[in-house]
Design a protein around this ligand. Structure first.
Ligand SMILES: Nc1ncnc2c1ncn2[C@@H]1O[C@H](COP(=O)(O)OP(=O)(O)OP(=O)(O)O)[C@@H](O)[C@H]1O
Length: 211
């Protein structure tokens, strides 16, 4: 169980949100919504253990994530706002690079199969810089299949992805949750999943702007 309690996030001396609490259990999908700049990306970075909250706590299996950072992060898959792929490397090389960081091994033929699955057959050896924004995002999303992680933290995963790709990705998220995984994501798009299959939490600014 992931539990966020009384979280406060400050950026450049500005309180973005305060006293934010929610939890996420196995089998759940939680969408974070809210206006541009409210702090959704900042929140995902906090949950991924990449930055520290001003106050409040984030616990994983009832331990503060700052005390179990390594074991916690080995159970998380964080896909940031930007594709996070190296432009000068090919799709295959990017996946090899990522696997190296994750300390896992997958054969080249499995990687080719995976890239075909995410719609990149024939583009495996192209430098990523030559791919479209959506294709670059697909290279990043291929990580979802590469490593087994319990908690997916996905920042705008649908950015630049076409309609069919979005539908497929929603299915993959659902299958992950139904297999006991957890998905925390931000997206400005409405999910087309049945409302009973996910929750949505709207973040509100700590201080609403005065009219
Ligand atoms: N590294 C940083 N240093 C300083 N301020 C930052 C940094 N990253 C974000 N901010 C500020 O924090 C605020 C929240 O940004 P954040 O990206 O978390 O919002 P968001 O809700 O994800 O926005 P969007 O919907 O536009 O993606 C913004 O005002 C932004 O300028």
């Amino acid at each position: 169980m992931l539990k966020v309690s009384g979280l406060c996030c400050v950026r450049e001396e500005r309180v973005l949100f305060d006293n934010l609490s929610f939890s996420l259990a196995s089998g759940e999908i939680l969408q974070l919504a809210g206006p541009n700049g409210v702090g959704k990306t900042s929140l995902l970075r906090l949950v991924a253990g990449l930055s520290r909250p001003e106050h409040g706590s984030i616990t994983w299996q009832e331990r503060n994530i700052s005390q179990v950072t390594d074991s916690y992060q080995r159970q998380c898959l964080y896909l940031g706002h930007h594709a996070g792929v190296k432009a000068e490397l090919s799709a295959i090389e990017n996946l090899h690079f990522y696997l190296g960081l994750a300390g896992e091994k997958v054969t080249s033929s499995e990687l080719h199969g995976l890239l075909a699955k995410v719609g990149l057959a024939g583009l495996e050896d192209e430098p990523v810089a030559h791919l479209s924004a959506g294709q670059q995002r697909r290279v990043a999303l291929a990580r979802l299949w590469l490593v087994k992680r319990k908690l997916w933290i996905l920042d705008e995963p649908f950015t630049a992805i076409d309609k069919q790709g979005v539908a497929y990705l929603e299915k993959v998220m659902l299958a992950h949750a139904q297999a006991g995984g957890m998905v925390l994501l931000t997206t400005h798009q409405e999910l087309s999943l049945e409302p009973s299959l996910y929750r949505c939490l709207t973040i509100t600014p700590a201080y609403e702007e005065q009219a």
